[in-house]
Design a protein around this ligand. Structure first.
Ligand code: ZN
Ligand code: ZN
Length: 292
């Protein structure tokens, strides 16, 4: 299992270069470029890196003295560099399930010995070719997803996307992808939350994998009942006619990855991928962070 490292954790560097090149720092300061240029210069220059790290540590120390913050899950003091909202030990307690997954729907622990497709997938035909999620919707991961969505802590999207990239690093989910499409949120809901959680996850995945993102290819045109409040049969009905494709030309002949936060019955992903397939997508795969 790959160990999750918070995205903004910095590499520690020695401070042996400190003191000898103070004048180079002044010159560097005068030569201000874009943020990206400054980051590149900092990484390439040990003195700048050391001073930057000292600055970060000083800021962390002031934060600990005047505005201490605690892990939202275990209440431990967040005293390590790069820790935000959730402490590192809480992240490290999340593991991929040690259970075989159905090769189609990706459900963990549902397949019988000698088979690779679960009973449900033998009965039901999905419009996506296969789905994978990286954890079960319980414990720390459930709490983090709830904080991400309902406490509106947007930057947790990057950490959750990193979790998926790490746990599913060897999956063939990523092979030959042309485009990533997030499951859309109804505009009013997006406005209330301030962001679409699926779009945030998809954005970080696209950045890491260098795959184009189509955040507005699919839109949600009806504010249906929350899927969580319904039975499996009602969920399939509840998503009919709710989504619409508005960028058909982007979809044709493409291998697409649909992204959402949680997989429950798969009705939402099935409906969205059906629309993409009808518009001529070559293949649609699905990724979620956790399965309920
Ligand atoms: Zn914690
Ligand atoms: Zn299955």
């Amino acid at each position: 299992m790959s160990e999750l490292r918070p995205a903004n954790q910095q590499k520690e560097v020695g401070n042996n270069a400190l003191g000898s090149s103070v004048y180079r720092l002044s010159a560097e300061k005068r030569e201000r470029g874009t943020r990206g240029e400054r980051d590149r210069k900092r990484k390439g220059n040990p003195l700048i890196s050391n001073l930057w790290l000292l600055g970060k540590r000083g800021a962390k120390l002031s934060e600990l003295l005047f505005f201490p913050s605690f892990c939202r899950l275990c209440h431990r003091l967040l005293d390590q560099l790069g820790e935000r909202v959730i402490c590192r030990p809480c992240w490290q307690r999340i593991h991929p399930p040690n259970l075989p997954a159905c090769s189609t729907c990706g459900r963990y622990g549902e397949i019988k010995t000698g088979q690779d497709v679960c009973f449900n997938c033998q009965q039901e035909k999905w419009s996506f070719s296969f789905h994978r999620s990286c954890a079960l919707y319980q414990g720390e991961i459930k709490e983090i997803i709830l904080l991400f969505k309902y406490a509106r802590i947007k930057f947790l999207g990057k950490d959750l996307a990193n979790l998926a990239l790490s746990f599913l690093a060897n999956s063939f989910l990523w092979e030959g992808l042309d485009l990533v499409v997030p499951v859309p949120l109804y505009p009013k809901r997006k406005k209330e939350r301030g962001f679409n959680q699926a779009e945030e996850l998809a954005r970080h995945i696209c950045r890491a994998k260098k795959i184009p993102l189509a955040p507005r290819a699919l839109i949600k045109i009806k504010d249906n009942l929350p899927q969580a409040s319904l039975e499996a049969k009602e969920r399939r009905q509840n998503v009919k006619g709710v989504y619409e494709l508005i960028q058909k030309d982007q979809i044709k002949d493409k291998t697409i990855l649909l992204v959402d936060d949680v997989f429950t019955t798969g009705s939402t992903l099935n409906e969205c991928s059906l629309i993409l397939k009808k518009a001529g997508a070559r293949e649609v795969r699905a990724l979620t962070i956790a399965q309920a």
